[in-house]
Write a protein that binds this ligand. Structure first.
Ligand code: NDP
Ligand code: 8X3
Length: 264
């Protein structure tokens, strides 16, 4: 019998590429996201390769998540691999200038949504036992700070620590947990982050060679297919052209440094 992968955020980017990758290998795929037309198109594309089940779902809604998972058809109920991929960044400006509602949306999607899905699917993953895999999509932004990352980066730091903590709780069940943290990758991510401004999104990738959705999907497939005694705790993958900058030192000659305090 084929194994089943459950992918959130499969309507574009990493999620869609991951669905294609697993379907090509004959896995049964459960694809979810909010955009129904996209899900249907992907299901049409993949259904000659593998069994496909679509779920129109907003991961922020815990009741909808529970209902969708309770109504999985029998052939899709035993999940081998969960790819917690649905997520987004918004408000790419300084924290003091952005809307609070955008910050809530990132928290509700990247943290609450991921927890909703994971908690609801854990019984199935634990039933699968040895070899079952949870791959949480984190980000380099969860490790390294930069201006405008504020809540987004913090949600991805949550993903990292949650992945480690979950591993501790799942010790003895055979279920594996990985935080897969990509760097810059060209998907719809930047269009969403820039509020639909395509030229601002394109500028993010201009003149460089970012990761592709397929690069990330290959890593996901690699991790899920490792021998069942191996757990990859965390993978940080970046384009060769992405590295770190220096500390930002604020220099302002009009503001003299404070006088040194006198030691007693
Ligand atoms: P995309 O924008 O291409 O894909 C994001 C996916 O998340 C879409 O399928 C979208 O589907 C889904 N999604 C967003 N909100 C919700 C929601 N409330 N409920 C259900 N699904 C939702 O971006 P990527 O593929 O690049 O991003 C995938 C993940 O990778 C995200 O978690 C992102 O933070 C992370 N990441 C991205 C990087 C990049 O540079 N691209 C780098 C590092 C990490 P729909 O709108 O149909 O609901
Ligand atoms: C997305 C990657 O570099 O835009 O998580 O933060 S980055």
């Amino acid at each position: 019998m084929s194994k089943t992968v459950f992918i959130t955020g499969a309507t574009s980017g990493f999620g869609a590429a991951t669905a294609r990758r697993f379907a090509r290998d004959g896995w049964a795929v459960v694809i979810s996201g909010r955009r129904e037309t996209r899900l249907r198109a992907l299901a049409d594309e993949l259904s000659f390769l593998a069994p496909v089940h679509t779920i129109v779902l907003d991961v922020q809604n815990a009741d909808a998540v529970r209902d969708a998972i309770e109504s999985l058809p029998a052939t899709f109920q035993d999940i081998h691999t969960l790819v917690n991929n649905a997520g987004l960044a918004l408000a790419p400006d300084a924290m003091q200038r952005v809307d609070l509602s955008d910050l809530h949306t990132m928290i509700n999607t990247n943290i609450t949504g991921l927890v909703n899905i994971t908690h609801t699917l854990l019984p199935s993953l634990i039933r699968t036992g040895a070899g079952a895999t949870i791959i949480n999509i984190g980000s380099t932004a969860g490790e390294w700070p930069y201006p405008g990352s504020h809540v987004y980066g913090a949600t991805k730091a949550f993903v990292k620590q949650f992945s480690y903590n979950l591993r501790s709780d799942l010790q003895g069940t055979g279920v594996r947990v990985t935080d897969l943290a990509p760097g810059i990758a060209e998907t719809e991510f930047s269009v969403v982050r820039n509020g639909g401004d395509r030229s601002a999104a394109e500028a993010v990738y201009e003149g460089t060679v970012p990761l592709t959705a397929r690069d990330v999907a290959e890593q996901i497939a690699h991790i899920a297919n490792l021998p069942e005694h191996i757990n990859i705790n965390r993978v940080e993958m970046v384009p060769v052209r992405q590295a770190w900058g220096p500390y930002a030192i604020h220099r302002d000659a009009t503001q003299p440094a404070p006088a040194p305090t006198q030691e007693a």
